[in-house]
Design a binder for this molecule. Structure first.
Ligand SMILES: C[S@@+](CC[C@H](N)C(=O)[O-])C[C@H]1O[C@@H](n2cnc3c(N)ncnc32)[C@H](O)[C@@H]1O
Length: 221
């Protein structure tokens, strides 16, 4: 791990602009304003969610993230923080699950379990808002990569992402591709899928899990 880089990353993202997708997702939730921020980093999404009237359960595997968020949201009863991995976290029922640039680092051997937990914790009509790494991203290239600050990366084909959301209504889907320099000055190809999707209302659809077979080829990098 590159601890110094993680600290710099958290410094740089602490007050970043709220993504349009998150604003859209928040506006979709009218009642039961309970959100989970998976891999919350320095807390910029927690800040927006809490200010939008949500009770927010934020978790992250990094002690540095949780220490920063504890200080940032100190005294706020509607922000509940835990240091936890995607796998160990005990997902409460929620109307919104946010995972921006974080499931990139979910170990592939654990992804099915994590995705099933996310699906199950969402209330009927609940919203997922997050992003997934595409296989053409530099981070998905095998071998040592200075842009990868966490030990594992899981990348997907577009069809696999569609399989994950088979039982959702996809409200927004965007593929982001660009080439540029990282903050370390290294050339990087970005390939990211951004998605906002709604879990159906139970009365209209079955509560079946998403299509896990589509994940069969999700690669351990
Ligand atoms: C690229 S950062 C994104 C942070 C935040 N979501 C944001 O948009 O600013 C990825 C985050 O995922 C967290 N993370 C990495 N592996 C994790 C794991 N196995 N379980 C939980 N969080 C993890 C990192 O500590 C980091 O905060």
């Amino acid at each position: 791990m590159y601890d110094e880089d993680i600290v710099k990353y958290f410094d740089a993202t602490e007050n970043r602009e709220t993504r349009e997708d998150l604003i859209f997702a928040v506006n979709m939730v009218r009642e039961d304003k309970i959100a989970i921020d998976c891999g919350c980093g320095s807390g910029s999404d927690i800040d927006y969610l809490a200010r939008s009237g949500f009770t927010v359960y934020g978790f992250d595997v990094e002690q540095e993230s949780i220490a920063r968020c504890q200080s940032r949201f100190s005294g706020m009863d509607n922000v509940v923080l835990s240091q936890s991995s995607f796998t160990a976290f005990d997902y409460p029922q929620a109307s919104l699950v946010v995972a921006d640039a974080s499931l990139f680092f979910c170990p592939s051997s654990e992804f099915k379990k994590v995705w099933s937990n996310i699906y199950r914790c969402l209330l009927p009509n609940g919203i997922f808002c997050g992003s997934f790494l595409g296989k053409e991203d530099t981070m998905a290239t095998p071998g040592d990569n200075p842009s990868v600050f966490w030990p594992e990366v899981t990348a997907f084909e577009e069809a696999e992402i569609m399989g994950l959301f088979k039982n959702f209504e996809v409200l927004r889907f965007k593929t982001h591709r660009s080439t540029g320099k990282t903050s370390q000055g290294i050339t990087h190809n970005w390939h990211i899928f951004q998605i906002v999707a709604q879990k159906p209302n139970k009365s209209k659809h079955s509560d079946a899990l998403p299509d896990m077979a589509a994940l069969a080829s999700a690669e351990k990098i």
